[in-house]
Each structure stands twice: as structure tokens, then as C-alpha cells.
Design a protein around this ligand. Structure first.
Ligand code: HEC
Ligand code: HEC
Length: 346
């Protein structure tokens, strides 16, 4: 009996030592990984983008129409074009339009506030769990760390998952790699225009389970998923039309949960109590037989064709879907109709 107890005691001790050793190894592995310095290309992107030729010519038409309505003589077609816009602050107008586009991008497509603060972008929560860790979205208003960012710093964190000092970030930037320069520029213009809010957000850290998962490669860092940090980005997004091409661009907000091929299944990055994501491919396990109207009702009102309600975490998406334009929702549907049917993801 005594001997048996002794054996049990020794085994328990060994387990504690091995477990402690494993955890020690995991902590070291993860801090080494998070302490690395990575390099990405430098970018040169105007903030805001200047008004396009199409916007300038629309403005000229407007001015000419105003003049005609006021009974002013119309300038002759030669050389007088520039004059029509004299006195219009084109830079201020470009900035105003960029901020409005940025507001839409953040509110309908890229959901930055979901982790950085829904109300005022002054800081928020991605995960806060004693086991997984606390991954907090820093303050994105001009009172936070971005006050000193240049456009390359913005590019690195948003499209490469790399912090300004070169360390890999715990932000899931793989959802944003296909963001165009114009969209990034618009988002920067919008965030820079937010009222500064003083709010210090604590540094993100992994808990014990998060550390083990990360050490075993189950929580890959965006900076590692993206192998080429020198590749050029697209400058302009696809044309805003209800096409599969534009829909493929928009689907980035969905693939983090529904997976790149949209087969659905357990959500790797989510907490264990999240339901598996639905299959969004045209397969019997997925959306085969759905119409655009069915899809639209699910997205904006959270109801399926049989009247049942969609459950969390899909409900997170509803306000963003409501902020999308009809063209954006039709484009998403056009893209979903073209993807290869897949059985439900495991
Ligand atoms: C799913 C949650 C999530 C979303 C969505 C998200 N972020 Fe983040 N972001 C984080 C987390 C977590 C960190 C902290 C990363 C770290 O410290 O390793 C972070 C860090 C940052 C930083 C770095 C601030 C600093 O301290 O240097 C910036 C800038 C940033 N995010 C901008 C954005 C923008 C812009 C968007 C939208 C295009 C966005 N984020 C979307 C979670 C998110
Ligand atoms: C935060 C994770 C998450 C994101 C982001 C997300 N979804 Fe979902 N989605 C889910 C989950 C989980 C379900 C299953 C809900 C349920 O079973 O009630 C679901 C269900 C759905 C359904 C219902 C399908 C069915 O057969 O019942 C549709 C349609 C859908 N999502 C579309 C989208 C689209 C389009 C996007 C991007 C704009 C998106 N989702 C983004 C998690 C997400």
C-alpha cells in the first residue's frame, strides 16, 4: 500500500515537473516568436487620395450648371476649364470624401471597431479569457499609439500583421491582406479625423491555454501566414458593381469564421463555446437553393428561409451587413454563387 502510494506520488511529481517543463518550454517558444523582428516593404500612399479625373469633371459640370442657373456667362470651352474650379478647395474636398469613404469601410467592410472599440475606437477587446489570454485592441484615435504612425506603419500592422517596431502582432491581419491602397488611405483619413480620446489599453498577453496553443502552432500569427512581405498591394479596389469579382474582395470579413473556401466548420480563432460556422458554398450542406433575397434576409435580419434565427457569433455581423450597400450585398451573393460546392467543414 505504502509502496503503491509512493509510486503514485512519484508519478504525480513527474507529471508536475514535465507539465511545468512543457509550459516553460511553451512560454519560451512563444516569447521568442513574439520577440522576433520582421521587415516589410515601405509604401508611399497619399492620405487622402486626390480627387479622380471623374470626380473633377463631375465638379466642373456642377459648377457650370450653377453658373448657367445664376445667369452668369459660361466660360468658353478653351482654357477656361481650370478657372471653373478656381476658389474650390480641392484638397479639403478630397479629405472630406476620403473620411466619408473610410467611415463606410470601417462600418460595413473591415469592422476595426469590433476589437478597437465600437463607440469611438478608443480601445476594445478581442478576447478576454483567463485561459486564452487577453488580446486587446489598442486606442486608434489620434490620442493613442497611432499618433506617430506614418503610412508604412499603418500598412505593416493592417496588411502584414507587424507592429511598428517590427514584432509580429496578435491582430488577425490576414483578413485585410487584400485591402487596396485606396481603402487603407481612406481608413487612415477617417481614423485621423476621430476626436482624440485618452485611453491607455494594456498590452496583449496570452494565458496558459493560449500559450500552449500558440507554441504548438494552433494560433498562427498573421505575419507568418503571410509569407511575402515585399509583394505590392492592389492600388484600387475592384469596381463597385454587383459582380463576383467585387464580392470576392468583400468576402474577407466572412472568411475568418467561414474559412477561405467557405466550407464552414469549427472556428479556429474563436473561443471554444462559439458555434461552428455554416457552410456558405452552393452545396446541399450549404446554401444550395437559396436566393439573393434569402441571403439578404439572413445577413440583415438574421433569419433563415425556414424562419429560424441565426445565433451568435453570426449576430456580430448584422450591423455591418446593415451598413453595406445593396451593391455590396449583391456582389457578395454573386461571388458565393461562383465558389466550388464543398461538404460541411470538419
Ligand atoms: C479581431 C480583432 C481586431 C480587428 C478586427 C482589428 N484589430 Fe487592430 N489590433 C487587434 C489587436 C488584438 C491588436 C494588438 C496586437 C498586439 O499587441 O500584438 C491590434 C493592433 C492594432 C494596431 C497597433 C497599435 C499599436 O499599439 O501600435 C493598429 C494601428 C490597429 N490594430 C489597427 C486596426 C485597423 C485599422 C483595423 C481595421 C482595418 C483593425 N485594427 C482591426 C485586434 C483587431
Ligand atoms: C464571427 C464569426 C462569423 C463571421 C465573421 C461571419 N459569420 Fe456567418 N455564420 C457564423 C456562424 C457561427 C453561423 C451559424 C449560426 C447558426 O448556426 O445559427 C453563421 C451562419 C451564416 C449564414 C446562415 C447559413 C445557414 O445555412 O443557416 C449565412 C448566410 C452567413 N453566416 C453569411 C455570412 C457572411 C456573408 C459573412 C461575411 C459578411 C459572415 N457570415 C461572417 C459565423 C460568422
Amino acid at each position: 500500500m505504502k509502496r503503491a502510494l509512493k509510486v503514485v506520488g512519484v508519478v504525480a511529481l513527474l507529471l508536475v515537473v514535465a507539465g511545468g517543463g512543457l509550459f516553460g518550454w511553451a512560454s519560451l517558444t512563444v516569447s521568442a516568436s513574439l520577440g522576433r523582428t520582421l521587415t516589410a516593404h515601405e509604401v508611399d500612399i497619399p492620405v487622402p487620395f486626390p480627387l479622380s479625373e471623374a470626380e473633377l469633371s463631375a465638379l466642373r459640370q456642377e459648377r457650370l450648371a450653377e453658373r448657367a442657373a445664376a445667369g452668369e456667362p459660361s466660360p468658353d470651352a478653351t482654357g477656361a476649364e481650370a478657372d471653373v474650379l478656381a476658389g474650390v478647395d480641392l484638397d479639403a474636398l478630397a479629405l472630406e470624401r476620403a473620411i466619408e469613404r473610410g467611415r463606410h469601410l470601417v462600418g460595413a467592410r473591415y469592422a476595426c471597431g469590433e476589437c478597437h472599440g465600437r463607440e469611438d475606437f478608443s480601445g476594445g477587446v478581442m478576447v478576454d479569457d483567463p485561459a486564452m489570454g487577453s488580446l486587446l485592441g489598442p486606442n486608434l484615435t489620434p490620442a493613442g499609439p497611432t499618433r506617430d504612425f506614418d503610412v508604412s506603419d499603418w500598412d505593416h500592422i493592417v496588411r502584414h500583421g507587424i507592429l511598428p517596431d517590427g514584432r509580429p502582432a496578435m491582430m488577425p491581419s490576414e483578413d485585410f491582406v487584400r485591402m487596396s491602397d485606396r481603402e487603407l488611405s481612406d481608413i487612415i483619413a477617417f481614423l485621423r479625423a476621430q476626436p482624440p480620446v485618452e485611453n491607455e489599453v494594456a498590452a496583449s498577453r496570452l494565458g496558459p491555454v493560449g500559450t500552449l496553443l500558440a507554441a504548438f502552432g494552433k494560433l498562427p500569427l498573421s505575419a507568418d501566414l503571410l509569407t511575402d512581405h515585399q509583394a505590392a498591394h492592389i492600388v484600387e479596389p475592384p469596381a463597385t458593381e454587383p459582380t463576383a469579382e467585387f464580392g470576392r474582395h468583400l468576402v474577407a470579413i466572412c472568411t475568418g469564421c467561414h474559412r477561405a473556401n467557405l466550407e464552414g466548420g469549427p472556428i479556429a480563432a474563436g473561443p471554444p463555446d462559439w458555434l461552428p460556422a455554416a457552410n456558405l458554398t452552393p452545396h446541399a450542406d450549404g446554401l444550395a437553393g437559396w436566393t439573393f433575397e434569402d441571403f439578404d434576409a439572413a445577413l440583415r435580419r438574421g433569419v433563415r428561409p425556414d424562419g429560424s434565427a441565426l445565433r451568435p457569433p453570426m449576430t456580430i455581423v448584422q450591423p455591418y451587413a446593415q451598413a453595406m450597400t445593396e451593391t455590396e450585398r449583391r456582389a457578395l451573393w454573386a461571388y458565393l454563387e461562383t465558389v466550388a460546392p464543398q461538404p460541411q467543414g470538419e
